[in-house]
Write a protein that binds this ligand. Structure first.
Ligand SMILES: *Cc1c(COP(=O)(O)O)cnc(C)c1O
Length: 428
């Protein structure tokens, strides 16, 4: 890359972290499908195991294909380092493991991906990591829940499923006033639309499965260290500030400075829990990242056109999409995400549950499934699927009432997307 200028986002999407393979000249990043790496000699092995030298030992902990992905996403997010793992949920588990001790708590926004609500509310309980919920739209609600055992605040920049933008800067201010890092799940927005680190986030997580992979074919996750947080300002984060016995008493924050969090996630959490990304999936995400800017812009443009069209439709009661000028979320969208409001939004059918079922079954171009962020347009009727077991009150609180349909708009020809919705609405 040229050294006299800062590359633009589109250039970084293609080039960051990658260079022609030194052994073969291969221009695309090779899939280093190997578990282990030969040591130069026993001193080299000892320095790798002791973290005195950077290098590869075993693909549970580092892999050259994953390293390209890590460097690329760190560059796109404006972070100091990153750690790729097997899924978005693994990223969350490993990130929290570096921060939490049994009995600690963190504050999370109520508006989150459903799987994260389960992970935090149920599975994290077995580690005695306590989640406290706060209204996503009210920064003071986060502050009200903080106590001396709070270790982090967690939000989504653009919240699933309704497509709601959060006031990241206001929530970052709350976190930093209390000496806490802000973790932002940037899956739905991607760094093309929103760069949370620029707005005060200290750690960014992703499900790469969605827009960064972008083609609905691979599951993966990543943790980006923003390099912004001073772990040594208190004794709340012992993994970063106390000597690690297995690394000869090394203090990770002292040794690794502004990328110590990413190192801690790798050399403790990933090493011991083991959710490593496969080299093949890392390759798929490197390839996906190259077209991220093109795809995201088309996703946003198509979604806005579809939302505008739905809004005028006689069978549609309401449309919730922050890209619409009269949407309550539009001001936050203009502030944080001026290029577009993403691909995912919800709308309501006038005729409720039965109409929702008939509508989803009547679609032909759209696929009915539980995913977002594919090139293909996707649909789900939460009340008859993901949220079926909840009471009507719980469904309403989750934004999944009987009339609600969620769309993830793909990058097909927009007239074809609209035509499919039109014929299915006629059947509903
Ligand atoms: C899908 C998703 C996750 C979980 O990621 P997986 O890769 O499925 O484990 C987390 N957050 C958001 C916003 C998601 O959409």
């Amino acid at each position: 890359m040229q050294h006299d200028r800062t590359p633009g986002f589109d250039t970084l999407s293609i080039h960051a972290g990658a260079k022609p393979d030194p052994a073969t000249g291969a221009r695309a990043t090779p899939i280093y499908q190997t578990t282990s790496y030969v040591f130069e000699d026993t001193d080299h092995a000892a320095s790798l195991f002791g973290l005195q030298a950077f290098g590869n030992i075993y693909s549970r902990i580092t892999n050259p294909t994953a390293a390209v992905l890590e460097e690329r996403i760190a560059a796109l997010e404006g972070g100091t380092a990153a750690l790729a793992v097997a899924s978005g949920h693994a990223a969350q588990m490993i990130a929290f493991h570096a921060l939490m001790r049994p009995g600690d708590n963190f504050i999370a926004a109520t508006k989150l991906y459903g799987g994260s609500i389960n992970q935090f509310g149920h599975s994290f309980q077995s580690f005695d990591w306590q989640v406290r919920w706060a209204d996503a739209g009210d920064p003071s609600a986060f502050e009200a829940q903080i106590d001396e055992r709070t270790r982090a605040i967690f939000i989504e920049s653009l919240a699933n499923p309704g497509g709601i933008f959060l006031d990241i800067e206001a929530i970052a201010d709350v976190a930093h006033r209390h000496g806490l890092p802000l973790i932002v799940d940037n899956t739905m927005a991607t760094p093309y639309l929103v760069k949370p680190v620029d707005h005060g986030a200290d750690i960014v997580t992703h499900s790469l499965t969605k827009f960064i992979g972008g083609h609905g074919n691979s599951v993966g996750g990543i943790i980006v260290d923003g390099g912004t947080f001073d772990w040594s300002q208190s004794n709340a984060y012992p993994m970063l500030t106390e000597p690690r016995p297995e690394y000869g008493g090394m203090v990770l924050h002292e040794t690794f400075g502004n990328f110590a969090f990413a190192i801690a996630c790798r050399v403790v959490g990933l090493r011991d829990f083991g959710p490593a990304i496969s080299p093949f999936n890392a390759f798929m995400f490197i390839t996906g990242a190259e077209t991220l800017p093109l795809r995201m812009q088309r996703h946003c443009d198509n979604a806005l056109a579809v939302a505008r069209w739905l809004k005028t439709h006689e069978k549609v009661a309401w449309v919730s999409y922050a890209g619409l000028e009269d949407d309550p979320g539009h001001a936050l969208m203009q502030r944080y995400s001026p290029k577009g409001a993403g691909a995912v939004f919800t709308f309501g059918l006038k005729d409720g549950f039965e109409a929702g079922v008939r509508f989803v079954e009547g679609l032909e171009l759209f696929s009915h499934l539980a995913n977002i962020g594919d090139t293909r347009s996707l649909v789900i009727h939460p009340a008859s699927t993901t949220h079926r077991q909840l009471s009507l009150e719980q469904q309403a609180a989750a934004g999944a009432g009987p009339d609600v349909v969620r769309l993830s708009i793909g990058i097909e020809t927009v007239d074809d997307i609209v035509a499919d919705l039109e014929q299915a609405l006629q059947k509903a």
